[in-house]
Ligand binder design. Sequence first.
Ligand code: ADP
Ligand code: MG
Length: 537
Amino acid sequence: MAPKAGGDAIKANSSVYKDKSKPTDIRLSNINAAKAVADAIRTSLGPRGMDKMIQAANGEVTITNDGATILKQMSVIHPAAKMLVELSRAQDIEAGDGTTSVVVIAGALLDSAEKLLQKGIHPTVISDGFQKALQLALQVVENMSTPVDLNNEDALLKAAATSLNSKVVSQHSTILAPIAVQAIRAVMEPIVSGVGARVDLRDVKVIERIGGTVEDAELIQGLVIPHRAANVNGPHRIEKAKVGLIQFCISPPKTDMDHNVIVSDYAAMDRVLKEERQYILNMVKQIKKAGCNVLLVQKSILRDALSDLAVHFLDKIKTMVIKDIEREDIEFVCKTLGCRPIASLDHFTAENLVNVDLVEEINEPGGKYIKMTGCGQGGRTVSVLVRGSSGAVVAEAARSLHDALCAVRCVARRPALLAGGGAPEAAAAASLARASLAAPGADHYCLRAYADALEVIPSTLAENAGLNPIETVTELRAAHAAGAGGGAGVNVRRGRVTDMRTEHVLQPLHVTASALALATETVRAILKIDDIINTMN
Ligand code: ADP
Ligand code: MG
């Protein structure tokens, strides 16, 4: 009996070992799932790309053209498809723009890889071949980029405008592009040793407001708080303000435990009320003594940050009070005003207050908001008010502005611009195709396949603009064939191939370089997977 059982075990083992089709099946299923994601957003690429209407489970509707936003909201189940969603997010974090391009490139690379697998080339060989191709492509795009001077506002404006071109709000790019450039220029800090400048996008606060049109977008050198003051009869405009930001509440204190106090006679009730009045009055007196006339109060989740009595007293001493400053906004408020949050009444003294030239409550049809300007002691921050007629429009305008801000930030970080319209991808493809001729063995196929995949960008731009993709790509290939194509790209307005630099379609080098690098990295990772294992839980 025993030898038989042993033989069975060997047979079973060898059959598992011989199951060679499984890794191939898994790989193909991964590639197909990921390609499906890329196909889903292909039509949104470029200035003539379509927009998507996304309906959430709660009925909320988003209209967008931004790859990262579309993918974020898509419910994706397949683990390999999720990798493309992650890829788009990675590009969003790294560069902020090019989130559609990166996924479209990854989709095309996977398609090429599938063909190479069918030729019998081993996945690891393809993966290495793609890495070599990436290095070459990066060199090509770097060589064709033109360095820019960060003081040259015109170049930055072009980068912002190209990014806005492909958005729903593209007709407002003349308003939004200068805002993006001014905002980034206001907050950037030049790197002392080296090129470029550091930009922290957290220093640009974009505030969305319904009402008005996208053209009413406004850049404010100061602080905007998107709600009204809490005062009932208090002042609505204060010049030469002394502002204090507090993190404690001006309302009757509560104990940590839930409890009831039963008050059974009027005298006792009177005492409780008197006590409360005295408590609040003391706080307000201290505020007045410090000379504060604008009080910002951090939002409290435990109890009312301000009691009615407190508002009444603050009205009387003519102090403007603005409550519900979100906890996550405190850092921005402090940086903008140059103040520190005051955590207890004992520290509410004159030296902890800051001077602001003007604090006013602005009343507009969409509601009231507070604007503080002339924050002399503050740091380098700006606020941008984005307006629009409906929630969907405002949200998309804000997202588009985010992309434009990111595009300008990319130029600040790595001051070089490339021609757009698929020019860098076409130039890299031409160069790779030439290199493939001399490459030995499987590399020949890999470089060639990578080159074909890169042409997906010009071909999709043409397709989305209603041009014939094959004709356009052939024309583009011919332009770049000799290696002197320069900025030849798909001119979607004129419907043919022209030099995009003369069209002023310029995009940051960092966006394209990062899209190529991240897409290749993800494709290489997908190729190396040969099994999916589910955990038990
Ligand atoms: P992404 O989310 O990847 O930024 P977009 O929809 O913004 O996607 O499209 C970006 C692509 O559109 C880039 O390849 C860019 O060069 C191209 N593009 C932008 N403006 C123009 C234009 N006016 N003509 C041709 N191509 C353009
Ligand atoms: Mg874009």
